[in-house]
Design a protein around this ligand. Sequence first.
Ligand SMILES: Nc1ncnc2c1ncn2[C@@H]1O[C@H](COP(=O)(O)OP(=O)(O)OP(=O)(O)O)[C@@H](O)[C@H]1O
Length: 277
Amino acid sequence: MTLVFDNLTKRYGANTAIDGVSTRFEPGTIHGIIGPNGAGKSTLINMTAGSYSVTEGSIRLDDRQLDRMKKYQVANAGIGRTYQNIRLFDQMSVLENLEVCFYDRAKSGIVGEVLWPPMARRRAAERRAICMEYLTFFGLEHMADREAGSLPYGRQRMLEIARALAQDPKVLLLDEPAAGLNHQETAELTERLAALRAPGRIIIVVEHDMDLVMTVCDRITVLHHGKLLFEGTPAEVQASHDVQIAYLGTEHDIEDIRTAAQDRRARLGLRTGRHPQ
Ligand SMILES: Nc1ncnc2c1ncn2[C@@H]1O[C@H](COP(=O)(O)OP(=O)(O)OP(=O)(O)O)[C@@H](O)[C@H]1O
């Protein structure tokens, strides 16, 4: 399984947000996408998830051309995602937020469940057990019955990733998963992401938090003004003169990039005020 961008281009009128990007993502890896504000990172994620149309070029998952599909077809082809701004069913319980993902997955057998209640009960118990495994992995098992909207912000972020995973995606797209998280929550997220690396899964993380990216990613793609500026291991990216110039306009080191990212994180986290930790 390989995800391939070939000459991928996105224009918004006269503005070229993604400009001829070609790269590939291998299974078993965590791949970071970084770049200064406005570099095109979210546009890339949204095109891959089928939310935005592609102007030129292609996105392929093995022999399937995703850019020709509708959004739900892209999801069915195995692309799962989270959003920069959390999207949960606030009034449903934490567990129900996961369970609804299984109705998406279970395309067969629904008629059987309706006609034969014992089968429905068995399936419901199985779904619940799997959901509880995901909740345990994300440290949410003791919150299963709480309304999702009442959870502290950091827990909501974890639940969003759990929801994306419950759909068993081949490719998991995470759009700024650490946005609005404090230092300890980010460290926790970093650990959990590392544990999600799996042979049959590609994880792509768009993130400004350099500690997270440099710790957890196997490879990193750096975008600048919509173009692929650099690609390599975390060590290669940190050593790249071009990357430092792109971020800061001058030759500073990765510490300055970290500071710039922290300033941005302080401005994000739309729900932090509502649900303080
Ligand atoms: N829906 C849209 N319509 C028009 N222009 C857009 C739209 N979305 C993004 N853009 C433009 O495309 C460019 C890339 O934006 P994008 O949000 O993808 O960058 P980004 O790297 O994710 O930025 P950030 O780190 O600030 O989230 C920017 O110039 C932005 O103004």
